[in-house]
Structures are given as structure tokens and as C-alpha cells.
Design a protein around this ligand. Structure first.
Ligand code: CA
Length: 451
């Protein structure tokens, strides 16, 4: 019974493939030749208005330089991208060119979705790999076992150093010394400054200016790492959240609200979320990443700069550096053209300059980045911090090199009782580690089966 059902399914699938082939299209969904000989590429990516505008401009320039080529842009909101890409892949509608996250690399490479770009990248006079951030390229290398080495399956669209911003105008108005851009604050000093800046500015008895408004999903990593803790060991096989260093960092995060009251309460954050509070000049500190700059240029009416995150037990600041890659589908009808588009967007001087001028990223090219950082006519003045994060002290997000992120997501899905003060961090990390380990073991097992 089971077998005959499977045979029937296979027949149906084959019929569907035949039909789509007969329809003159192709099963990849992109690269459709039209009657006038135009070559069509689909490019799927994610982002907000500023990114869409910037990419439209870069794509227009690419089309102009490649007569007879049309690039159809498919843009999704950031939080829907992964799901829509998966759906496209499942439905045999893989775009010719598309963003991938480092955490998706292993599964997509094992499933033969991605075109191997190594030959093109390494034997191309136009590309000088020494002039591109190694972290960016290495995030998309995979030798079948280890990520970070071997074949190149995507080029970095960008590298995203997640730095800490502060409201310079607020500091000046309070008569406070500006934070040092080279020496991270201690945790104690950080609390002290934040308590000074948390206040009722209009005398109505309600606090309306706060120190911080951090999201645990994006800032806890910094606190944990700089306190000597980690989420996963170097072999990427053991979950390591159940240590005193980790628990202390998580508790410190929760205590920003529970004990020190330097951040809006959950109820206050529901009235006005912390991003909006930062935008309105009501927060002293908030993360500022390169993709924020265009929006901040037009919407902030105060001055800001970036500094290292405060340092825990290790005395060293820590943060993550994100990245997204641009990959080519193995199924594309135009591998050369698609790869050329990847080059144009990620590694050509012209393409990079257009995206950098749009203020949505730092340059992928190191020489361009040095010039960019030296220019203090735009905010933040301390752009150098971004380059230091990328080159010196930024780390990959914990689930970037595992087969899936379920183990990591589980931690954040269940952390709320700690933030509410209903559970201590020490209790939580002990309780959550075995479950996270189970998810990680499952991911390792799944990957082994997929090889
Ligand atoms: Ca008030």
C-alpha cells in the first residue's frame, strides 16, 4: 500500500515536471527567455524601503551595462524572507540569485541548491579576495563538514557590525563626559551613567527618559561573551549556557529593569517600543548598525555616535557581526550572468559604492572602507568602531554554523520569566541547557542523514 502510494506520488511529480518543462519555462522559476531574446534573472532579497531603493538603483545600473538582461526583483520583509525562500525552493521556483543567511548554508549546500562559485571568485582578475573582509567570505565557505573553509557558495552582501550607539546630545545636555570610544565602560560604570540619565524630564511624576532599551535577542550575546560565557563550544556540538559567567550576564541584563530600573518596564515598552523611544531621543543607549544609518540620517534630530559595549569580567568589549550572502541557484539557466550579478553587487567598486552611498551598509572592500571610516562629515563619527568589530572583535552569531537554529531559538523563546523576575538566570540556564542540547543533537543527526 505504502509503496504503491509512493510510486503514484512519483508519477504525479514527474508529470508535473514534464508539464512545466513543456510550458516552455523552466522548473527554476527564473531565467525565462522571452521571444525578443531578453535574458531574465530573478533576484530575491529582503529589506526595508531604504534597501529596496538602494538595490533598485544598483540593479538599474547593472541592466544598463548588460543589454538584453532584465533583473526581476522579489523583495520581502526581513521576518518573512526565510519562509518565502523555503517555499520557493520546495516549489521548484528557486530564484536565480538570492540572499542566504550563514545558518542556512549547510542545509542548502547539502541539498545541492547552491551553485559553487569558487572557480569564478578565485580565478577572476576583477576580484581581489585580500581586499574583502575575510569574515564575510568565510561565512559562505563549506567543505561538506566544516563551515568557514572549502568551496565558496555565496559572496557577502555585507558584513553587519552590531555596535552600541549613544545619544550625544543627551549627554551634553546633562553635562556628562562623553563615553570613551576606545575604553569600554565597566558594567558598574554603565549602570551609574544610565541611572543618572533615567529621569522625569517634565516634572509630571512619570519617567520619560531612560538609559537603555535593549532587546534580549540581540544584545545578550555581547554581555555573555564579554563576561567569559558562550552559547556553544568550539566544536559546535555542546551547548554551554549553564555556566556562572553566562548566568551572571543574563541576570545583569534582566536587572537593568528589575533592579536598576534604567530601562522601560514591559508595560511602558508596550506604550511606546524602545526603538521609537530611541528615535524620539528618549534613550541614552541603543544598538546602531550600518543598516540603520539611512533612516537615522533623516529621522533623528539629535547627534549620536557609536562606542564599544560595556565590558564584563573579561574586561573586553564583545559583540556580533552579522552577514547575509548572495548566492546563485544551481538550477539557473544563466549561471555566468547570475554570478556576474553577484559580483556586481558584492565586490565591484561601482556596485559597492552605490550601496554604501545609500547609507545601508559598510563597504565590503577594505580600501573603500578605510576612506569611508575616515570621513567624519556624516554620523556616526566613530565609524572606525565598525571596522574594528569586523576585523578584530566581532563574532558570528551562535547559530550561524549549526545545521539549524532550533537549539538557539529555544533559549530566547523561553527566557521571559527571567526578564519578569519570576525565575533567576542561574535557575534558567540549568533548566534550559538539556533541552537546547537535545535540539542541537537532533540538528547534528539531521545533518548526518542529509550528507
Ligand atoms: Ca515625565
Amino acid at each position: 500500500m505504502k509503496n504503491s502510494l509512493r510510486v503514484l506520488m512519483m508519477l504525479l511529480v514527474s508529470a508535473a515536471l514534464l508539464l512545466s518543462a513543456c510550458a516552455g519555462g523552466n522548473s527554476s522559476g527564473g531565467g525565462d527567455d522571452s521571444d525578443d531574446g531578453t535574458k531574465k534573472l530573478t533576484f530575491m532579497f529582503r529589506g526595508g524601503t531604504e534597501e529596496e531603493k538602494a538595490y533598485q538603483k544598483a540593479i538599474d545600473a547593472f541592466e544598463e551595462q548588460n543589454p538584453g538582461v532584465e533583473v526581476e526583483m522579489i523583495v520581502t520583509a526581513a521576518d518573512q524572507y526565510a519562509t518565502k525562500l523555503k517555499a520557493a525552493i520546495t516549489g521548484n521556483q528557486v530564484p536565480d540569485v538570492f540572499y542566504i543567511a550563514p545558518g542556512e548554508l549547510r542545509s542548502y549546500a547539502h541539498s545541492n541548491i547552491l551553485l559553487d562559485l569558487t572557480e569564478y571568485v578565485e580565478n577572476n582578475d576583477k576580484i581581489n579576495l585580500d581586499n574583502i573582509w575575510q569574515y564575510g567570505v568565510d561565512s559562505y565557505r563549506f567543505d561538506g563538514d566544516t563551515q568557514g573553509q572549502g568551496a565558496i557558495y555565496a559572496m557577502p552582501k555585507d558584513v553587519g557590525p552590531f555596535s552600541l550607539g549613544y545619544n550625544k546630545t543627551m549627554f551634553e545636555e546633562a553635562g556628562l563626559e562623553l563615553p570613551d570610544k576606545d575604553e569600554p565602560m565597566t558594567w558598574d560604570k554603565f549602570i551609574e551613567v544610565n541611572q543618572t540619565l533615567t529621569k522625569d524630564t517634565n516634572g509630571d511624576g512619570e519617567i520619560d527618559q531612560y538609559g537603555t532599551g535593549f532587546n534580549v535577542n540581540w544584545v545578550l550575546q555581547s554581555f555573555v561573551w564579554s563576561n567569559g560565557g558562550s552559547f556553544i563550544d568550539e566544536t559546535q556540538t555542546k551547548v554551554t549556557v549553564d555556566t556562572p559567567e553566562f548566568a551572571e550576564a543574563l541576570q545583569w541584563f534582566a536587572d537593568h529593569q528589575l533592579e536598576y530600573e534604567i530601562t522601560p518596564s514591559i508595560e511602558d515598552a508596550q506604550t511606546l517600543d524602545t526603538y521609537q523611544r530611541w528615535m524620539q531621543g528618549q534613550l541614552a543607549f541603543f544598538p546602531v548598525a550600518p543598516w540603520d544609518l539611512a533612516t537615522f540620517d533623516t529621522e533623528l534630530d539629535f547627534e549620536y555616535d557609536v562606542i564599544p559595549y560595556p565590558a564584563g569580567q573579561t574586561g573586553e568589549s564583545a559583540t556580533w557581526v552579522g552577514t547575509l550572502g548572495i548566492a546563485v541557484a544551481q538550477s539557473t539557466d544563466y549561471p555566468d550572468l547570475a554570478t556576474e550579478l553577484v559580483y556586481y553587487l558584492t565586490a565591484s567598486e561601482e556596485g559597492q559604492q552605490a550601496l554604501v552611498d545609500a547609507r545601508i551598509q559598510i563597504p565590503n572592500l577594505k580600501d573603500m572602507a578605510a576612506d569611508w571610516a575616515a570621513d567624519d562629515s556624516s554620523m556616526p563619527a566613530n565609524k572606525e568602531e565598525y571596522l574594528q568589530i569586523v576585523e578584530d572583535y566581532g563574532r558570528a552569531l551562535p547559530a550561524n554554523n549549526t545545521y539549524n537554529a532550533e537549539w538557539y531559538d529555544y533559549f530566547f523563546t523561553n527566557v521571559q520569566p527571567v526578564l519578569d523576575g519570576d525565575k533567576t538566570a542561574a535557575e534558567y540556564v540549568k533548566e534550559v541547557q538539556p533541552k537546547m542540547q537535545e535540539y542541537l543533537d537532533n540538528a547534528i543527526e539531521l545533518e548526518n542523514q542529509s550528507k
